[in-house]
Design a protein around this ligand. Structure first.
Ligand SMILES: CSC[C@@H](O)[C@@H](O)C(=O)COP(=O)(O)O
Length: 339
């Protein structure tokens, strides 16, 4: 396969490499993702993360394994193992559905490579379209608040919600970005802060619990988040903490926007209750670990509840900003996301 490089994925010497998103921003380590076991381990550990990126990494690896001569039956098994790597983000399943069709073609090796490269190229375009559609909603001088990481690290392009913010900033519309640190794994504090710094976009990092008082002070003009799955009724699963922001935004009369590619839409999922929510290890809540090592502050054997995502009901969402344009609450109520 041709050499390919995004912010956090690389195909070099016919092998897949990933930028370790757990070591960022202190270290920029490119790690091999040459086997299914390696990639699944990276996905579990969130070294590869973000709904679009998970799907793209799995598709590229399948294509590369095909080129290396792995048998069609073994590729089919690999596809199912990859599909189960993370349950909430539907982009993984959507991308692998397309790879499965390629796998069934007579020249499956060529078809898999072409499809994986097409998915990467498409994702870049989807991000650009989302950024353009979303920035039209940003008012001059805005202070925007975002949660988790939805930038170039999480996609093959400029990102989703963060792509909107970056595009709006280029147009001179953004005066400040409030970055939720995003407990427990700190994707905001580590990754979004790093990306905004690289892009020279002014931001201030806050702990998640500070968002309410900022809204009460009137210094948040809009909230922009990504999505891991959008159900047919418009409910959205996204990083834990998103729902609290939506409730706060509703109370304070602040617009709350979800930005995502159409690959995040699951028309067959009727509502948020039907979205599988990943439960994660207790150690993520009892302490913190990273390139600096590990610290635990909770008592040994503390009982922990650690869902990775929550569901924001459609009623709290002001607009779904897709690559196809802005979808309004009225359109969602009329059934635009229904099958
Ligand atoms: C463009 S990324 C969209 C979502 O995947 C993002 O908002 C998010 O919740 C990521 O969660 P993560 O657990 O870091 O993969």
């Amino acid at each position: 396969m041709q050499t390919l490089r995004t912010t956090s994925l690389e195909v070099r010497d016919n092998q897949l490499w990933i930028l370790d998103q757990q070591a960022l921003p202190q270290q920029q380590n490119w790690l091999p993702a040459h086997t299914v076991a390696q990639l699944v381990d990276h996905i579990h550990a969130l070294r590869v993360r973000g709904a679009p990126l998970i799907g793209l990494s799995a598709s590229l690896l399948l294509a590369l394994l095909g080129e290396q001569g792995v048998a069609r039956s073994a590729l089919a098994e690999a596809l199912e193992v990859l599909r189960a790597a993370r349950p909430t983000a539907v982009n993984l399943m959507n991308n692998l559905d397309r790879m499965k069709i390629a796998l069934a073609e007579s020249d499956h090796v060529t078809a898999l490579s072409a499809e994986a490269l097409r998915l990467v190229a498409e994702d870049k375009l989807l991000c650009d379209n989302i950024a353009r559609a979303g920035s039209a909603l940003v008012k001059p001088g805005s202070q925007l608040l975002t949660h988790c990481n939805t930038g170039g690290l999480a996609t093959a392009g400029v990102g989703t919600a963060l792509g909107v913010i970056a595009h709006a900033h280029q147009q001179g519309l953004v005066s400040n970005v409030w970055v939720d640190e995003t407990r427990p794994l700190l994707q905001g504090g580590r990754l979004t802060a790093w990306e905004l710094g690289e892009l020279n976009i002014p931001y201030q990092l806050i702990t998640d619990s500070m968002a309410a008082s900022l809204m009460a002070r009137g210094v948040v003009d809009a909230i922009w988040v990504g999505a891991d799955r959008i159900a047919a009724n418009g409910d959205v699963a996204n990083k834990i903490g998103t729902y609290s922001l939506a409730v706060l935004a509703h109370y304070h009369g602040i617009p709350f926007y979800v930005a995502a590619p159409h690959t995040t839409l699951d028309r067959l999922c009727p509502n948020g209750d039907a979205i599988p929510i990943e439960q994660r290890a207790a150690s993520e809540v009892t302490g913190v670990s990273g390139s600096f090592g590990s610290v635990q502050w909770a008592p040994e054997n503390a009982a922990v509840y650690n869902p990775a995502f929550d569901v924001t009901p459609a009623d709290l969402i002001s607009g779904w900003v897709l690559d196809t344009g802005v979808v309004t609450p009225e359109q969602v109520k009329e059934g635009i996301f229904q099958p």
